[in-house]
Structure formats: structure tokens, C-alpha cells
Design a protein around this ligand. Structure first.
Ligand SMILES: [Mn+2]
Length: 289
């Protein structure tokens, strides 16, 4: 990968080098302490930049932060919609950087949970192996601590009049108050025991259906139709939903007549990448160059 991102002095920016295991465990403990008491639905005041799936794409993270710096300084908040780990080459660097950002300024940086911030997925799709390679003797302790941290992440963010979630609207939670009742602390939300928590991480919107139908991502995941979104938005006096979870050929995508905006912030699927800006004018997608 070329070092195509530079800082404001024009120097190339590269991912941070390996963090020692003691430092990493301390960082994780501080992070757990910082998020464990957060409600399942957090409130974030606009202006805010919303960042989609990163999946180890460090350059896209830097580009997103640079957009945040240029477009909405000062006081702009940054909300990350999950899927930090697995797949890409810098998943460890990404999650370390995000924890550092969060701890350096908890009123500015917010992270919610994606379906990859779970045991079964991060075990299979790269993150566990990455840790095992980087920390051959202590990876199991570190991985366990990461799983505890992931379990402490909120499921959703109310950003002004927009709901930010990783996957989609779930069956059985039609009010924001229902989101406040979601169960945090689950290392592995299960499709048949923690249906709502699971679906928020996994569901996808579809323009072709009404209501909910079983999705293509396996048992427990659903597609939700435009009628679901419209009713949810009206009932909760919202303006729209911002989500990620699906790469979009144009870098971002609208569903449900524009009520759902999908942004995706990882380059490794071969598509352009995007973030969303929420301010007093509403929400708009921004393609990352
Ligand atoms: Mn996802």
C-alpha cells in the first residue's frame, strides 16, 4: 500500500507500530471503563461525521478524520458505526487508534458495535489470527479482553434527528425507548436469545419488500422494508437512519426513498468509500477521495 495520506505538513502518515501487550491491556481496561456505563443508545450532538465499516483500512480512517477536521471544526463529533476489525491489513492499528481517540476526547469520539465486534465473527474472519501473530504468547488474554471491550460498546447512536446503527432496524423494537432497554455486556448476542441486539448488528434494508423477511446473512437476520423505516421514523420523530454494513458500488447508497443512508468506509471491496455529515441542514454523504 502506498503512503498516499499526508499530514498537514505534507509528511506521509503511516499506521502506528506494534503496541506492547502491557500497554495494550491497559488501553483496553481504560476503554472498558470508559464505555461500560454508557447506555445502549447514546446521544451525540451534531455536527457529527459518521464513519462506516473500516475493516482494517487505516488510510480510509485517516481520510475520514481529515474530512472531520476540515468540514466541521471545531466541536465536530465523530461517530464510528462498527466493523473495525477483521478482513483488512490494519485492523489492530485501527482499533488501537480508535481507543486512543476515544480516551483522549470522550466527548468527541463515539464508537458503536458492529457484527464483527463479536466472538464468533472476529474468531473466524481475521482478528483473532492477527492478535495471535502479533502476540504469540499472550494473544488469548488480549483477545479475551477485546471481547469484553466489544461487549461494552453501545448498539446505536442518536445523532440529532438521525439514528446511527451498524446493520438495521430490528423486529420488536419500534421505539427509541426500546433501544434503551437493550442488553449490553453480551460477548455474543445470539439470534434466538438476543433477537433485537442481534438484528441491529445484522439486518439490511430492502426496497423490494414490506415488513420483515428472513435475510441472506443466515438465521436470525432479516431484511426490513420501507414501511418499517417510515413507521419507525414517524413514531420517533426522526428524519432518517444512517447505517453501514454493506459496501456500495457508488461509495454510499440510499434506501427507502432516501430515509436510510448507507455509508461504507473500507476500500477493500473495490468500491469508493464514504462518510456522512450530520449538521443543522440534515445529513449528506461525502465521498472520500
Ligand atoms: Mn457488518
Amino acid at each position: 500500500m502506498g503512503a498516499s495520506v499526508t499530514d498537514y505538513a505534507g509528511k506521509p502518515v503511516l499506521p502506528p507500530s506494534l503496541v506492547g501487550e502491557t500497554e495494550l491491556l491497559e488501553l483496553l481496561d481504560e476503554m472498558i471503563e470508559s464505555i461500560v456505563t454508557l447506555p445502549p443508545l447514546i446521544t451525540v450532538k451534531p455536527p457529527a461525521l459518521v464513519v462506516g465499516d473500516l475493516h482494517g483500512d487505516y488510510i480510509s480512517l485517516l481520510k475520514a478524520l481529515s474530512v472531520a477536521g476540515k468540514l466541521c471544526m471545531p466541536g465536530c463529533r465523530v461517530v464510528f458505526l462498527g466493523d473495525y476489525v477483521d478482513r483488512g491489513p490494519h485492523q489492530h492499528e485501527i482499533i488501537v487508534e480508535l481507543m486512543r481517540l476515544r480516551l483522549s476526547d470522550p466527548d468527541k469520539y463515539f464508537m458503536i458495535r458492529g457484527n464483527h465486534e463479536t466472538w464468533s465473527i472476529s474468531f473466524r474472519y481475521g482478528f483473532r489470527k492477527t492478535l495471535a501473530r502479533m502476540y504469540p504468547n499472550t494473544w488469548a488474554i488480549i483477545y479475551d479482553r477485546f471481547l469484553r471491550m466489544f461487549a461494552g460498546l453501545p448498539y446505536a447512536a442518536l445523532i440529532g434527528d438521525y439514528l446511527g446503527i451498524h446493520g438495521g432496524l430490528p423486529k420488536g423494537a419500534s421505539r427509541l425507548a426500546d433501544f434503551m432497554g437493550l442488553r449490553k455486556g453480551l460477548v455474543e448476542p445470539l439470534p434466538n436469545e438476543n433477537e433485537i441486539e442481534y438484528q441491529i448488528l445484522w439486518n439490511d434494508p430492502s426496497d423490494q419488500i414490506r415488513g420483515f423477511i428472513p435475510g441472506h446473512r443466515g438465521p436470525g437476520s432479516y431484511l426490513f422494508g420501507p414501511d418499517v423505516t417510515k413507521a419507525f421514523i414517524e413514531r420517533n420523530s426522526l428524519k432518517g437512519i444512517i447505517r453501514s454494513h454493506e459496501p456500495a458500488p457508488k461509495g454510499f447508497a440510499y434506501y427507502h426513498g432516501g430515509l436510510v443512508l448507507n455509508v461504507f468506509t473500507c476500500r477493500y471491496y473495490g468500491y469508493p468509500t464514504s462518510v456522512a455529515l450530520v449538521d443543522e441542514r440534515g445529513v449528506k454523504p461525502i465521498l472520500l477521495e
